[in-house]
Design a binder for this molecule. Structure first.
Ligand code: SAM
Length: 333
């Protein structure tokens, strides 16, 4: 029997990761992720059903996708999401299911997610200050998020990480308390440079707090950091550890040091479009194909086309980072 061709694009990047957005809805309103005014959500009928997501995942797994990350919007606001995890966990070829969440509903969900098959969990946390949390998310949910993080620590996930969006003029003040908190918990803290994916016009390159500036702030306030050798050559984060052995800091330098050359990710939006890059405006219509009676072979070809269509850098021909046509909540973070 011949082995299937690897799911590679025209630049030799093999694709093994699929990010599945299960909803565009969210219980927070973070200003860096969605428009401040008039955010619109898709009607339920426009969102892929669990069975439609599973069908796409089966086709993708046959082509070589091994890792899934469920995201959104906020994945935990999608009713029955644990059932979806169970359905995807038994798809042949799928080796790992991860999730990214804002944590507000985790106190209730953490044990069920771990039992259903989520192995790795990333929790977004931009500040430990309640007033600042409200300014960022326009919701007073910090106490619930902290309860959720505590529940996740108890639930026995294989890996837990905290994610912070690094924004100039804001994150400088939060970086040290967050790093001390993560050290205390024994979880990795990752800073993601603010990307032009806010669904509006608040992003400017000046508002990106670069990874090296964060290292500087943490190094001065807490102690020296040293690089951690990365066993996974595909990992988006470059990692550092405090020299005293307590705490890992990851930097996702999408803006200041893009990692497009090692990107092996595809994205499925909640409304059933495949995208090969956050910043690309090209989409491949899974929902239309599945609802129009398309065959599994046609679905496989659509996935291959999406991979083959991937541009060299930042989803475009000239490689210049440009704002997305949609906010992250609609693309899936
Ligand atoms: N609701 C979940 C959450 O908050 O983690 C999952 C979806 S959210 C879109 C996924 C990740 O994208 C979060 O860590 C969030 O902070 C990050 N994110 C959203 N907008 C961003 C932006 N403009 N730049 C960088 N990261 C962003």
């Amino acid at each position: 029997m011949s082995l299937p061709e690897p799911l590679a694009d025209n630049y030799g990047r093999t694709h093994g990761d699929l990010r599945v957005s299960v909803t565009d809805r969210c219980n927070l309103r973070c200003y860096y992720c969605m428009p401040v005014e008039g955010v619109e959500f898709r009607p339920h009928a426009a969102i892929l059903s669990f069975e439609e997501i599973e069908r796409l995942v089966r086709a993708a797994a046959r082509l070589g996708i091994r890792k899934l990350r469920l995201t959104g919007g906020e994945p935990l606001v999608r009713k029955g999401v644990c059932r979806l995890v169970e359905m995807l966990a038994v798809v042949p070829g799928i080796e790992e299911i991860a999730m990214t969440t804002n944590g507000a509903l985790l106190a209730e969900y953490a044990p069920r997610l771990a039992a259903a098959g989520v192995g790795r969990l990333n929790i977004s946390l931009d500040t430990l200050d309640r007033r600042r949390f409200i300014e960022i998310s326009r919701c007073d949910d910090l106490p619930r998020v902290l309860e959720g993080i505590a529940a996740a620590c108890r639930a026995g996930f294989r890996q837990l990480k905290l994610n912070t969006v690094a924004i100039r003029g804001r994150t400088e003040e939060d970086a040290v308390p967050l790093a001390l908190f993560a050290r205390e918990l024994g979880v990795e803290l990752r800073f993601i440079e603010f990307m032009p994916a806010d669904g509006g016009d608040r992003w400017t390159s000046h508002r990106v707090l670069h990874g090296e500036e964060i290292l500087n702030i943490l190094g001065k306030a807490i102690g020296p950091l040293e690089p951690v050798p990365e066993p996974d050559s595909r990992a988006p984060a470059v990692r550092y550890r405090f020299a005293d052995g307590r705490g890992i800091i990851g930097l996702i330098r999408t803006v200041s040091a893009p990692f497009c050359d090692r990107c092996g990710r595809l994205r499925l939006t909640a409304e059933g479009e495949l995208r090969n890059c956050i910043f690309s405006s090209e989409r491949w219509d899974v929902r239309g194909l599945v609802r129009g009676g398309g065959s599994d072979d046609a679905l496989a070809e659509l996935i291959r086309q999406a991979v083959r269509g991937k541009k060299k850098r930042h989803g475009c021909d000239n490689g210049v980072l440009a704002p997305t046509d949609r906010g992250m909540h609609r693309i899936g973070g």
